[in-house]
Design a protein around this ligand. Structure first.
Ligand code: ATP
Length: 336
């Protein structure tokens, strides 16, 4: 933890990477409404940054006794599609951590709605936790931006509030916030089953180079799963070829093995995505795949310069293209 000039109290900064699915198999719909998945997650070098700080009477918020009441504020630069209130996943994560760590009366203060303080909280006596979120992960792009922010909030506030919960506990708290959150807490490369929350770390050698292609219009994850229910059948395709390619540091084999069962569903909703995928392969990519529930498309190249060449060739088709690498570690606390 460090004390920043300009901030009134201690603050902690966390950088958290996006996730991609190198393999996503949908085994069917479960009685609880979730889908049964087999997926290989990996982190990618596009990052959100979350800075959390305490403002208030000196020492408040760090001592467990003073943590009983806390006001919470959120700032972000993600635009209108990123929620600014209680429904932001970072705020939900703060609440979950607060409950687990014994912070009671965590009052969210919605500045935009001009609710400066909630009536049952004395602003003079109650410390503020301020969350400052900078988005670098495309929103609603199938790259788990919201889940990454939830993971960042768990990791950062665990430090700021001196909760001393270990990563396994943070991971279990994350599972209640969203299926991708446990992986985002851990990062690296993992095989996940169930609704995506049962994780086993996977050996990955080397670095892989990607072109990340985003489109203007987002795709809702729920809508893509509904399209899968309507148009697709469960199958038993296995991730073995992906796992072997990762072990062998074999980009060519990985390109051939990339697989996402949600692709046909997303392509029904956005037929142009199938054409974009074909264009990525024509431009020389080793493989291309829809990222999670899309609409982001990922293309794998043999090198960073190869990825840049593919990016140039397809740039006019997309709202934005960027080059990134994987794996990209997990949430990192800024040293200072
Ligand atoms: P999912 O995790 O549902 O697959 P995604 O990876 O496609 O989603 P996200 O960037 O997580 O995309 O955004 C999905 C939705 O989550 C957004 O449309 C937004 O309404 C909501 N959301 C909640 N909190 C956040 C956040 N911190 N950042 C981005 N979106 C958020």
């Amino acid at each position: 933890m460090r004390h920043d000039a300009g901030a009134e109290g201690p603050c902690v900064a966390v950088r958290v990477p996006a996730k991609i699915n190198l393999f996503l198999g949908v085994r069917g719909r479960r009685p609880d409404g979730y889908h049964e998945l087999v997926t290989v997650f990996q982190t990618l070098s596009l990052y959100d940054r979350l800075r959390v700080g305490l403002i208030g009477p000196p020492g408040q918020g760090q001592h467990p006794a003073a943590r009983r009441r806390m006001r919470l504020r959120l700032w972000h630069d993600g635009g209108a599609t990123v929620p600014s209130a209680e429904d932001n996943l970072a705020v939900q994560a703060a609440r979950a951590l607060g409950d687990a760590a014994g912070v009671i009366d965590l009052a969210f203060v919605d500045e935009r709605a001009a609710r400066r303080a909630l009536p049952d909280v004395d602003p003079a006596a109650t410390p503020y936790t301020v969350l400052d979120l900078r988005k670098g992960i495309p929103v609603a792009g199938g790259m788990a931006g919201g889940s990454a922010d939830a993971a960042a909030a768990l990791v950062a506030l665990n430090e700021l509030w001196s909760c001393r919960l270990d990563r396994d506990t943070l991971r279990s708290l994350g599972a209640d916030l969203g299926s991708d959150v446990p992986f985002c807490v851990v990062g690296g490369t993992a095989l996940a089953t169930g609704r995506g929350t049962a994780l086993a770390q996977v050996l990955c050698r080397g670095t892989f180079h990607w072109v990340v292609c985003t489109t203007e219009q987002p795709l809702s994850t729920a809508e893509v799963y509904r399209a899968w229910d309507a148009h697709c059948d469960a199958n038993e395709v296995q991730p073995d070829a992906v796992l072997q390619a990762l072990r062998n540091e074999d980009a060519e084999a990985l390109g051939a093995a990339l697989h996402n069962d949600l692709e046909p569903a997303a392509f029904v909703l956005r037929p142009e995505l199938a054409e974009h995928k074909a264009a990525l392969l024509d431009a020389g990519a080793l493989g291309a795949v829809l990222s999670g529930s899309g609409p982001t498309l990922l293309a794998l190249s043999e090198s960073e310069s190869g990825a840049a060449a593919v990016a140039d060739a397809v740039a006019s088709r997309f709202a934005a293209v960027s080059v990134a690498h994987s794996p990209a570690g997990g949430p990192e606390l800024a040293k200072g």
